[in-house]
Structure formats: structure tokens, C-alpha cells
Write a protein that binds this ligand. Sequence first.
Ligand SMILES: [Zn+2]
Ligand SMILES: [Zn+2]
Length: 423
Amino acid sequence: MLTQKPKGTNDLFPPEVFLWEEIERKFREVCRRFGYQEIRTPIFEHTELFERGVGETTDIVEKEMYTFLDKAGRSITLRPEGTAAVIRAYVEAKKYADPGPAKYFYIGPMFRYDKPQAGRLRQFHQLGVEILGSDEPMVDAEVILMALEFYREIGLNDVELRLNSVGCPECRKSLREKLIEYFEERKDELCDLCKARLNRNPLRILDCKNESCQKIAQNAPTPLSELCPDCREHFTEVRKYLDLAQVKYVIDPFLVRGLDYYTKTAFEFVVPEIGAQSSIGGGGRYNGLIREIGGPDQPGIGFALGEERTILALKRKSEEIFVPVPDLFVCLLGEEAREYGFPLINELRRLNLWVETDYQGKSLKAQLKAANRLKAKAALIIGEEELKSGRFILRDLETGEQVELSRDELIKKYAKERGKDNA
Ligand SMILES: [Zn+2]
Ligand SMILES: [Zn+2]
């Protein structure tokens, strides 16, 4: 066990990790454009937060949480999702008193004790946003558009948007009764899980993956068919804004999402070719949640995108990963060269260059071999001769061309190139 990672976790090595960096960089970039700022909350919270903020009848809270007692006997849980903690922080710091809406994004690991499979780990990673303090349909449409802009930015142009409205507590009251009545008559054909759900959370039966349950659900009343006038109007407006931005979507009346706190707009992003786990992200509106967590009666909406699944979807298109390479490999031959080269390398690195060197006093041949193995763009050779003459050989490792330069000329050359890069 000593040299084995826990089940459902992953180690990330280069070059894979470059892909993660790139995706996170682009996510930050899109967030900036839409005016969202980063929030960082703890990895663990009081268990009660998730019981209240995710919902006690959800799979997450019932089966999947990493919960333990700390040394003082408090019940602590590793966060299974991002929204509850963001709202807890928002309420605790009384940010709701600021002129809103508040727009946050987060990136980080989440934890669920789930059956590990492709793209689903026990420690997994999410990119998420929350916008708190507005019920405007334009906000819903913008949040969805933002996720799609991110997907477009990383090269996922074929993400399908599934859209639904799950209504408000008002319209769900009558829906709940109708659902219980409908499924009660067909109880024998439901899976055991749904039989148990029937009276506590009948809505969840609509998105049960069991074949028999799905068949029965086909003709069941849905949130969409039972919307109150206010929710219906809201949904029409959301669709209007999506249409204005030419966003395509599929209405999915069975999309209810796993979490209890969703109201009105619910959505999911799907990439068909990655198998059973085709959903790569999703979100929705949660107008009752801020109050549930002890804040004022403010509305909110957000999404969370699975980083592992996004990467699975990307790899289905191309296995190639952009791998950065050193700008320069400095070959140091002899102790004197090392003493001369050590501060020079630092000066070059200050120009924002990736500079590699040899630490072991290898032969020139071995150092050049190392430079080639790293795919360094160029090699600089510093030996006895070069120290005496003050002229150094800079070899372009792609073309094989080489030039002789003084130390000053070398620094100037790279400073000029970097200047162009930054322009
Ligand atoms: Zn309603
Ligand atoms: Zn079922």
C-alpha cells in the first residue's frame, strides 16, 4: 500500500499536466471576460453544510461523502461539490449586503466516494461559477453562454446543451403529488432505489438510469409540464436570450439534476462519444439555497464543469498535447565554466527564458544529448576556450546553425526576442 495511491485518485505527470494547466488558464480567461472573480474556500466544511446545502435525500449526501470526526469530535466532510461552500462563505462574510450580483469562480478538487470509472474519480476536479443576487433570465442565459464559450475556447465545438426548467417550490408542490400518485400505481415495476425514493423525493425517479424506471417515467408528469405561470414566463425569457445569442439546445424534460436545491433553469453539457458518462458539466438555478444556508432570500445560479471529463472529451479528438520545451540549454564544461555560468543562467532566466543546464559535470557530447532529449531550442557552450576569448557558441538545435556571441550580445539578443514576444 505504501507505494500505491488510494482507489479513485490520480497522479498527474507531464505532459498530461500541461493540458490541465492550459484548460485552467483558458477557464480563468473566460471568467475574466464575463467579470467573474476567483473565490477560494476550504477543502473541508462542517458536514451539516452539505446536508443542508446539497440535500439529505441526494445520492451525494446519502452515500458518497467523505465524512469523519476531527480530534475534537466535530463532523467534518471533504467538499463533494463547490456551490454550498461558496454560499456559506458569501453568507458568513455578509457579502450579500454589497451591491450585487456577486460573481465568483472556483477551480479545485472535490471528493465523492463513488464507483471509479473513466472520467469519474473519488478525487475529481471542477471548474465552476456562481452568480448570486439576480433572478433575471438574462443571467441564466449568460451563465450558459459562458460555459459554451469556454468549451469553444478549448476546442470542444460539438458540446450539446440540454435545457430544462424544474420549477419553483410552488409549482413543485402539485407536481410532487401528481408524481407520487403516478408512480404509486406502477410501484411494482420501479427499481428498489426508486421504491424507496417514492415518498421522499419522487422527482429523482425521472432521471433514474434503470431501464424499467425510464420506461415508466416516459409518461409521467414532469416539472416542465407543471410549471406555474411565473416559472413558465422565466423559462420563455431564458430561451429568448439563448436564441438571441444563437445558442442551440435540446429541451430535456427529464433533466432534474442530482441536487435538491435546483429551481427553474437546469442544464447539462453532453458529449455523446465518451460513453455512459456523457455529461461533462452542468448547472442550474438555486433560488432557495442562500436562505437555506442562513442568508437572506436571494436567488443564485451557477455551473460546475468536470475537468477529468472535459479532458476525456478533448482527447477523443486528439491525443496530442502541447508540450513546452526549454528555450536554452547551457553546456558547462569544467569548474570555472560552472562558476561563470551559474549567475549568467540566472540572468537569462530573468528574461523569462526556460534555461536548463547540466549539474553533473558530464562531457560536452553527453550535455548536447541531454539538450536534444529535452528538445531544447538552442544550446550555449561555455568551456575553457570560450572563457578565455569571451566569445560563446550559441547553436540552434533545430537548424544546427551556430553563431559566436559575447556575453552582452547574448543577453541583448534574448532581451530583444522576449520584447517581441511580449509586444
Ligand atoms: Zn413555479
Ligand atoms: Zn429507478
